[in-house]
Design a protein around this ligand. Structure first.
Ligand SMILES: Nc1nc2c(c(=O)[nH]1)N[C@H]1C(S)=C(S)[C@@H](COP(=O)(O)O)O[C@H]1N2
Ligand SMILES: [Mo]
Length: 529
């Protein structure tokens, strides 16, 4: 076998057409991105390049653009961002191919610069760092070599003489040829794959066994049981009392769901404390755990929106961990931080006043699903998720509101986010055509850690009528309500409002979610035949 054929290397090949060069640019760039992602998964220590770039975008999106994106794409905003990044990459890859065709090495340089940008993003990510950037750097250099080799296989091939200009065909080709370039890329990739494999063997703990959930020391009222059987009216179309994990809304800044190794997970409690505490998962699971029903709600939830859900959580009360650490006088906030850098500012008072603020390990009887914070997350009754419900939690810093601001507070949202008294009509759905006669109007109402005392419905702006409330399981959860209505032909407007256990009546004043949660009555227009 001949390793080297100077005949094929030096014979000038006809230049690629623009279309072929563009396609080669796309293929090579896509290959380089895929290689970087695979190397990251196998032996890397941080996010892949796509997640890193997306993370930089997400963290730097101005509030107005974020609200616009959520308005357009809802919870598919990350998919939209992914498509956006893909389109930009596609254009840059085409440019790299065309550029390389125009001048040898210049398209390769475009690929290297793309790699450097992604590496910079990786370095600055909370879960990234310098070491985490090697897969994307290696892949970019390898991609650049391949691009040069396939678009301009022969040195000098790109130097196409213009019509009538003196021919350079006789000039000796300079620089490495196709085989040398490909061999260089191959060596680089081979070394990277071997390195990734070695670092995986050396650096990674063996895959952890699934978390074995202990029974709660303090159980919640079970469902169904005499205590909760009445919590669910079972009206078709009405949100069930328990939101199944698969249907639970998901909101976070993570472009890729963080994968946290349960065996090496640690919670570090530090800051204004007498002693720093480090808690491992085995210690957490061995402590007396509390089971509690808590309804979680997003501050971005619009009136009538579905960014709210109710689950039975199992976890260690946050106050137990804080008691071990001993908060110092003057501290008034706990800044919880996740492995991906998200932070939430929770009043210390709320975490220590005896309510079921948990470091949760289970949701509806199963270990937390990855997208809901596996292995451990916070859940705090009465506060919006952005100031309390940190998923993939890794740190609790005891501090002061005067000294630190959490992720969303830095981006214009209120530093404290108590949940606002809210109610929603689930059935009938807006715009629905109904037959005349008896109709069950039903929905949910919530005022976490205060509790719902009453719900009222009015039709066409008439007098408020009391609705029937389902059984009260906990003041920390939502409560179903229903109202029997006799529908008459024509267009009708249904509205709902709730009253909490403090006697506060839900305000009808409509406000936006920014900066501390929406207010206003949910209204549904229906047409009766
Ligand atoms: N690590 C992390 N935790 C987070 C967030 C996040 O972006 N990152 N978002 C918070 C917000 S805004 C809400 S509303 C809840 C949503 O929790 P869920 O996705 O389990 O419903 O998680 C909170 N915890
Ligand atoms: Mo949220």
């Amino acid at each position: 076998m001949r390793l080297r054929s100077s005949a094929t290397e030096t014979r000038p090949t006809p230049p690629r057409t623009a279309l072929v060069a563009a396609l080669l640019g796309v293929a090579v760039t896509a290959g380089a991105v895929a290689l970087a992602e695979v190397l990251t998964r196998v032996g890397g220590t941080g996010p892949g390049p796509v997640a890193a770039v997306a993370g930089v975008f997400i963290d730097n999106t101005p509030l107005w653009l974020k609200e616009l994106a959520i308005g357009w794409f809802g919870t598919h905003d990350k998919l939209a961002l992914g498509v956006g990044i893909g389109v930009v990459m596609l254009l840059l890859a085409v440019a790299a191919g065309l550029e390389e065709r125009r001048r040898r090495y210049s398209g390769g340089a475009v690929v290297v610069v793309l790699g450097l940008v992604a590496a910079l993003a990786t370095v600055t990510r909370p879960d990234g760092g310098w070491v985490a950037a090697w897969p994307v750097l290696v892949s970019a250099v390898a991609g650049a070599l391949v691009l040069v080799a396939v678009v301009n296989p022969t040195p000098g091939a790109a130097a196409r003489p213009a019509e009538g200009a003196p021919s350079e065909a006789d000039a000796p080709p300079t620089g490495p040829g196709r085989r040398q370039l490909l061999r260089g890329a191959g060596l680089l990739v081979g070394a990277a794959v071997v390195g990734a494999g070695v670092s995986r063997r050396v650096g990674r703990a063996p895959a952890a066994a699934p978390i074995a959930l202990p029974p709660p020391a303090t159980p919640a009222p079970a469902t169904p049981s005499p205590a909760t059987v009445g919590a669910d009216f079972g009206v078709p179309g009405l949100a069930p009392y328990r939101t199944p994990n698969a249907d639970f809304y998901r909101i976070d800044t993570a472009f890729v769901v963080p994968r946290v190794d349960a065996a090496s997970w640690q919670l570090r409690v530090h800051g204004l404390v007498d002693r720093e505490v480090r808690l491992k998962l085995v210690d957490l699971l061995a402590a007396p755990l509390t089971q509690a029903w808590v309804t979680l709600c997003c501050v971005s939830n619009e009136v009538g929106g579905d960014l709210v859900g109710n689950a039975e959580w199992l976890g260690l009360p946050v106050r137990d961990v804080l008691a071990q650490a001993g908060p110092r006088p003057g501290a008034d906030m706990v800044l919880s931080r996740s492995v991906d850098g998200f932070t939430a500012s929770t009043p210390l008072e709320v975490l220590t006043d005896g309510r079921n603020a948990l470091l949760a390990v289970a949701m509806n009887g199963s270990p937390l699903p990855p997208e809901h914070g596996y292995p451990v997350r916070m859940v705090v009754p009465g506060l919006y998720g952005y100031v309390s419900a940190t998923k993939w939690v890794s740190e609790l810093e005891v501090t002061r509101f005067a000294d630190a601001a959490a992720y969303w507070t830095q981006r214009g949202w209120a530093p404290r986010g108590p949940v606002k008294l809210s109610s929603r009509i689930d059935v009938p759905r807006a715009g629905r055509q109904l037959p005349a006669g008896p109709v069950t109007v039903a929905g949910v109402a919530w005022a976490q850690h205060t509790g719902i005392a009453a719900v009222e419905v009015r039709v066409d702006g008439g007098a408020w009528q009391p609705a029937e409330l389902a059984a009260d399981v906990s003041i920390d959860t939502w409560r179903q309500w229903r109202y029997p209505w006799t529908a008459t032909p024509g267009a009708h407007t249904l509205e709902v409002r709730a009253t909490d256990r403090n006697g506060q009546v839900q305000t009808g004043r409509r406000t936006d979610p920014v900066p501390d949660g929406a207010t206003g009555w949910h209204r549904v227009d229906v047409r009766v035949a």
